[in-house]
Design a binder for this molecule. Structure first.
Ligand code: URA
Length: 234
């Protein structure tokens, strides 16, 4: 049970002070009766706003096809962010909707967004080793011999990135053409895909995440998202 004004403001409907006017106007009902007190406590399932149930009162988990050019940071100085794609009410929620791990501004593809901090910690924890598949486009073709060397090196779990001490976990690499590769990582270090290739003399021009665990993007086009059940990951 939570106070009505707190609930409405945390779900992004209005500020806590605006909640008073809303409630006074009769727009909010609890168990079918107009609420008459901002400090009334009620279970979210009992509340209607303008006759509608509350908008995802238990939390949000979203699968987004991140477009190029948007950052995952909430820091406005870093430029336009992925949260600007969401409905304004979701952008105002508290706790904030945030990304589960990050994709670079110049990386597109599968990104989870949620307001459930426990889920963020769980899915980004190194313990969990959730496989993530990236499609990388290289700036120059690699020969079959070089491709075999990279596959062996990335798969061995011995590659130490510049300025790091601990080797990257074994990663599976496959080439579909001399410039297109698919890399599966079980960890998420800063700019990891680009840095793995760069330290071997290969530049990644394009990067797109296609899978995270059992999830893929299905028919979501760039900028589109869909809601996942909160218990999707158990
Ligand atoms: N590796 C990168 O280099 N960039 C990303 O966005 C994700 C993985």
């Amino acid at each position: 049970m939570r106070r009505l004004d707190q609930l409405l403001s945390n779900l992004g409907y209005c500020s806590r002070s605006e909640a008073r006017d809303w409630i006074d106007s009769g727009a909010v009902t609890v168990k079918g009766e107009p609420a008459n007190n901002v400090s009334l406590k009620a279970a979210p399932a009992e509340i209607l706003v303008d006759g509608e149930p509350l908008d995802h009162p238990d939390g949000l988990l979203l699968l987004l096809n991140k477009p190029l050019g948007l950052v995952c940071s909430h820091e406005m100085r870093e430029g336009p962010n992925v949260y600007s794609l969401l409905p304004p009410r979701w952008q105002r929620r508290n706790p904030h909707v945030t990304s589960v791990g990050r994709l670079d501004k110049d990386t597109s593809g599968l990104l989870l967004l949620t307001d459930q901090s426990a889920l963020v910690h769980r899915l980004t924890s190194p313990k969990h080793k959730v496989p993530k598949i990236y499609r990388a486009t290289l700036s120059a073709p690699v020969t079959p011999v070089r491709a075999a060397e990279l596959i062996a090196l990335f798969g061995a779990g011995t590659l130490v990135l510049p300025d790091e001490k601990i080797a990257c976990a074994p990663a599976s690499l496959q080439f579909s053409t001399p410039t297109e590769a698919e890399l599966t990582l079980t960890e998420g270090r800063y700019h990891q895909v680009r840095r793995m290739f760069a330290c071997q003399g290969h530049e990644v021009l394009g990067l797109h995440r296609t899978h995270l665990g059992a999830l893929d993007l299905g028919d979501l086009t760039a900028g589109q998202w869909r809601v996942l059940p909160l218990d999707f990951f158990g």
